[in-house]
Design a protein around this ligand. Sequence first.
Ligand code: ZN
Length: 252
Amino acid sequence: MPDPKVYLLDGGTLVIDESDVHWHINAGNPVRFPVYSVLIEHPDALILFDTGFDLDHVNKVLPFELPEQTPEQTIPAQLAKAGFTPEDVDIVVNSHFHFDHVGGNKYLTNAKTLVHKEELRHAKVPEPFERLGYSDLSFDHPGVNYTPVAGDFEIVPGVWLFETPGHTIGHYSLMVEMEQEKSMLFCGDAAYTRTTLEKEWIAGFHLDPTKSVEAIRRLNYLARTKNADLYPSHELEPYLGWKLAPEYYGGN
Ligand SMILES: [Zn+2]
């Protein structure tokens, strides 16, 4: 059986302070970073991991993050680049429910939503300092079809969710196993950058700093033992070298 095809969908960019990227480091230095989603074309299901931000929401609620997103960088337009429509997606799963990872869920009207049960509860009753993070609840629309999960979970053969809490209470990272090339481990916001992974510098945004460090160690351990490349969530420099849809990884 060939490896699944993995498309990286470009979702535009946002700006935050460097001390939010790496806690307590270089305060006062704004950093522009990418937001992307991962589309997995697997024989058993078409799976979308994260769905980026909604431009109108960010302009309205978090305009200080200076969002940039062209019409071509929305979820429907990015899916079209890979040859799909929003109705084709079978399963959507979000690393967590912060606004920059859920903005396109509302387009996926035929998908079931795999959800970490703690994350769903917490998004609705967040701590005060998490309210902006959880400000876009459009993923929780009346027609949504949730499948709650907890713990590590194999979605379809070879596509894994690994628990990496700390940034949020029910955070998941996702791994796509490959036979013909290296497996791909998408960190989500458990690791914004390569420096996060190398120096164990957690993000300024977090629920639990100790668990955040443990999550970084878990990602590095998984990469080593599963022969996987790590893909951090929000760093421009490596991102610019990655293949973006319509190009893809795997498929051989
Ligand atoms: Zn994020």
